[in-house]
Design a protein around this ligand. Structure first.
Ligand code: GSH
Length: 209
């Protein structure tokens, strides 16, 4: 039994989708650093960054970092199809997962919390940091589309871990609107991922309408 710390509209959506694909028992613990009325203290005990998704195994070992969680689940449950069986395709899927985590997700952290990256008293800088990170994020997504864009899904004939993380992380900071204009085919792939029957219910719950 896994415990997933998460909240609606957050990165825990990708791990929820993955756990469902693995067919394992798991429960959701509502928690985030921005919701006091949540299991925030428990989350902090498991992950000092107080970030979600955080996935805790029955024995208490915590897994953090979306890409690591998805890779672990893909390796531990190969029948889930989260990672390609073919070694060359798998290498590219791993590259794509780390690309999203290291570049896109990191830029979103700067956009959401510019004060973490400025010295105390630098409040006037926050908007500039946010705007610069947002422009950089949009450029990262263009690169991602050019490097990893594939049809019908990024992971092959069925959505894999790369599809889940790309669909969720591209929902933030204006990336979808940017991609719709700049990379329409990739934008259509993201919509296709989200309407896959195995994933659509989770997407609907996290982002109703
Ligand atoms: N490096 C982490 C980033 C996770 C992350 O930033 N999660 C957001 C929610 S989508 C969060 O919990 N932010 C709250 C905070 O940083 O205080 C990952 O790849 O999973």
């Amino acid at each position: 039994m896994w415990t997933l710390y998460g909240s609606n509209g957050s990165g825990s959506a990708a791990v929820e989708m993955a756990l469902q694909r693995c067919g394992v028992a798991w429960r959701l613990m509502h928690a985030s650093s921005w919701e006091d009325a949540s299991a925030r203290g428990e989350l902090r005990a498991a992950n000092p960054l107080e970030q979600i998704p955080t996935l805790v195994a029955d024995g208490g070992a915590a897994l953090t970092e979306s890409a690591a969680i998805l890779i672990h689940l893909g390796l531990a449950y190969p029948a889930s199809g989260l990672l390609p069986a073919d070694a060359t395709a798998r290498a590219q899927a791993l590259r794509g997962l780390v690309f999203i985590a290291a570049n896109c997700y990191a830029a979103i952290g700067v956009i959401d919390y510019p004060e973490r990256w400025c010295l105390d008293g630098d409040a006037p800088l926050h908007d500039k940091v946010r705007a610069g990170a947002r422009a950089r994020l949009h450029r990262y997504w263009e690169m991602f589309a050019d490097l990893f864009g594939a049809e019908p899904f990024l992971g092959g004939p069925e959505p894999g871990a790369l599809d889940l993380l790309a669909a969720v992380v591209s929902r933030w900071s204006g990336a979808r609107a940017h991609l719709k204009a700049q990379r329409p085919a990739f934008h259509a792939t993201l919509a296709r991922i989200e309407s896959h029957p195995a994933l659509a219910p989770v997407v609907q719950r996290h982002w109703p309408g």
